[in-house]
Design a protein around this ligand. Structure first.
Ligand code: NOJ
Ligand code: CA
Length: 554
């Protein structure tokens, strides 16, 4: 395969326009502001932006309650501003992915309003109705503790409507052919305005059969193929990055055996087990998760992330594993959410320990797939646990020591800027870290640059190298006649590992350190002995630096 699938060696940066940069001083981030930060984004080296929902919305679920799929919420700007933004990205070689939220609409969407008022409306069948409250109404809620039911009575329609998420998010009947065609139309619209694809929200629910008599979840995978075909007909490079927290066994159904369905999926299985490893030092479960999710078509790709805008969902871990992660990373009740996850940002979770933060990001960048960073992580932003639910980790970007962290000139920002304690903007901000050569920001920039120079991670085959200890993860990638090796010591103890790296055609093979001068020469028996400091990590090229000359074309 020719290696020009952009997403196989990308670095994705996720942000919300409303909390990034406010240009007009009304306290809400906007496209004009975001545009002024594109040079910053290009500077840190990310290659794609994942933009969270920005369409008109009552904003009761941070925009995931869309009221119009073909517009820009006036608080953020206009369609004109949006196109200026995608153009600005294009000029800098940045691709744009936007959220596509089509499992449900806002209850204020004109489709739902028409549907509830008139049983004869064509939109009636775009939603899921039941005359009686279905027996299983209390099961399958996604936000336990906040959401009570998946069926609620609508006074106007005089029927119950189905909502997998909050009650103000009625589910769309994606099985209706006209509704399905509308999804394609929405994709086509934004493609014309310059995006390179979509982060598709809640994919298992989008493709699930829905209805009052539906007892077991049943996915209609063929729908994914029609999405993907449409995308690539319209624009060759366009992709879908799916939010699908599913069991490893079903991943291939989402990718399709020949890669004919989705191009990318977030690797939730690895994410949860990685946090278990960060919490306990035990790498065995994450190794198992990496093995379980190894298989994927050559054109498909995993998205690897640490934290995102939602809670860190630990729902797939065993109970005692989950308890261990809670105890280590989110012991207080107000740090936890929905009985299954942690809502903190990464930096406070890891006690702001620079060694652990570097370890975590180094891991994320070297796991098989494409890394997905969250805005503010590059400067180790904190959270505000006083804000409800997931909003605690959605506070405005901290740019400088100016009032409101330089996010806005208004004194009423859309969400409070963190301004107290160790994570306050006075201490954690872009401007200061830019000036400090040893800052996390500058570290991140160097790591991103190096990550892009190691396409073996995104494209290659991986194997685990035996280190005789469960607390050091040693992964090797081979691709086109080249190999790289990554070591990560998950514990606070130093660890000496002995590795056998034998290249058939090399007599003596140096491990060339890509980040420092600390290279490793083999001992006389051809082994490497490497002393890793607490939470230490290494990026090595196996054998010399003439790899680019050795790299084969196909
Ligand atoms: C998944 C999104 O990540 C989350 O933020 C949202 O609340 C739900 N989907 C509902 O759209
Ligand atoms: Ca504004």
């Amino acid at each position: 395969m020719i290696n020009d699938l952009w997403y196989k060696n990308a670095v994705i940066y996720c942000l919300s326009v409303g909390t990034y940069m406010d240009a007009n001083g009304d306290g809400i981030g906007d496209f004009q502001g975001l545009m002024r930060r594109l040079d910053y984004l290009q500077g840190i080296g990310v290659t794609a932006i994942w933009l969270m929902p920005f369409q008109p919305s009552p904003g009761r679920d941070d925009g995931y309650d869309v009221a119009d799929y073909y517009g820009v919420d006036p608080r953020y700007g206009t369609l004109g501003d949006f196109v200026e933004f995608t153009q600005g990205c294009k000029q800098r070689g940045l691709r744009v992915l936007i959220d596509l939220v089509v499992n449900h609409t806002s209850n204020e969407h004109a489709w739902f309003q028409a549907a509830r008022k008139d049983p004869g409306s064509k939109y009636r069948d775009w939603y899921i109705w039941s005359k009686k409250k279905p027996k299983n109404a209390a099961s399958g809620v996604v936000f336990p503790g906040v959401q009570k039911s998946t069926w609620d009575y609508d006074e106007v329609a005089k029927e119950y409507y189905f909502h997998r998420f909050y009650d103000f998010q009625p589910d769309l009947n994606t099985a209706n052919p006209e509704m399905q065609a509308e999804i394609l139309k929405i994709m086509g619209f934004w493609l014309q305005l310059g995006v390179s694809g979509f982060r598709m929200d809640a994919v298992p629910f989008v493709i699930a059969k829905k209805g009052p008599n539906q007892k077991q979840p049943e996915e209609q995978y063929s729908m994914l193929r029609s999405f993907s075909q449409f995308l690539t007909w319209r624009q060759g490079e366009a992709i879908i990055l799916a939010e699908a927290n599913v069991l490893p066994g079903t991943d291939m159904e989402y990718f399709g055996k020949e890669g004919e369905r989705l191009q990318m999926m977030f690797n939730f299985d690895v994410n949860q087990n990685l946090f278990y490893a960060l919490a306990t030092g035990d790498t065995r479960p994450v190794v198992a998760a990496l093995k379980a999710t190894r298989k994927r078509p050559e054109s498909a790709q995993w998205g690897n992330f640490l934290r995102n805008h939602d809670e860190l969902d630990l729902g797939r871990l065993e109970k005692d594993q989950r308890e261990a992660v809670f105890a280590a990373l989110g012991p207080e009740l107000d740090m936890q959410l929905y009985g299954r996850g942690i809502r903190r940002r990464l930096a406070p979770m890891l006690q702001g320990d620079r060694r652990r933060l570097e370890l975590a990001y180094s891991l994320m960048m070297t796991l098989p797939g494409t890394p997905v960073l969250r805005y503010g992580d590059e400067i180790a932003m904190g959270d505000n646990l006083k804000l409800p639910e997931r909003n605690c980790a959605r506070t405005p970007m901290q740019w400088s020591t100016e009032p409101q962290g330089g996010f806005t000139k208004s004194d009423k920002p859309v969400l409070p800027v963190i301004s107290e304690g160790a994570y306050g903007f006075q201490h954690v901000n872009v401007a200061q870290q830019r000036r400090d050569p040893n800052s996390l920001l500058n570290w991140m920039e160097r790591m991103i640059r190096m990550r892009k120079e190691v396409p073996e991670i995104g494209w290659g085959d991986f194997s685990f190298v035996n280190t005789r200890t469960n607390t050091v993860l040693a992964m090797r990638y081979d691709w086109r006649n080249n190999a790289v090796l990554f070591l990560h010591n998950m514990t606070a103890e130093p660890s000496e590992v002995r590795l056998a790296i034998r290249e058939s055609d090399e007599v003596e093979c140096t491990l060339v350190n890509l980040l420092t001068e600390d290279h490793s020469q083999p001992t006389t028996d051809g082994r490497h002995e490497i002393l890793l400091e607490p939470y230490g990590y290494r990026w090595y090229r196996v054998c010399g630096l003439d790899y680019l000359l050795k790299r084969s074309g196909v």
